[in-house]
Design a protein around this ligand. Sequence first.
Ligand code: HEC
Length: 124
Amino acid sequence: MKKFLLAGAVGFFLLSCSKKENTEAQALPSETSAVSEPVKANISGDQIIETLDCSGCHAVNERMIGPSYKEIAEKYSDKDIEMLASKIIEGGSGVWGGVPMAAHPQVSKEDAKKMVEYILSQKK
Ligand code: HEC
């Protein structure tokens, strides 16, 4: 009797186990797409900068046509992220000298903020 119960319990366990596997398999497609999206969105600020023309005018440590990222990081703080992101998209001038900062209308606000966060992290 005990053995029978045990076998029944094991059988039930296996059954519920395989049922669970089934639902997991069904849930997988949506799960993988949910995982791959953030990975795509997780391109870091410095990686975005590499795909753009920023390095033509900016370097981390030395002033070129534009200020170095270190200089920018020392001048601003996290509360300026929004403003600096707009400046990357819209361009601007008059803060560091007469040369204007190029506009990047193709850059999304989100990407611009990531680049600003990277630039501000160069402070040390
Ligand atoms: C054609 C040259 C040029 C390119 C390309 C360029 N910049 Fe600039 N950038 C400048 C100059 C010049 C300034 C200083 C503008 C000023 O004095 O207001 C500047 C300023 C900045 C500032 C500080 C803005 C402020 O108000 O202090 C940030 C942040 C910045 N650039 C980021 C970027 C990023 C990110 C890219 C790439 C998407 C980029 N820049 C591409 C020339 C450039």
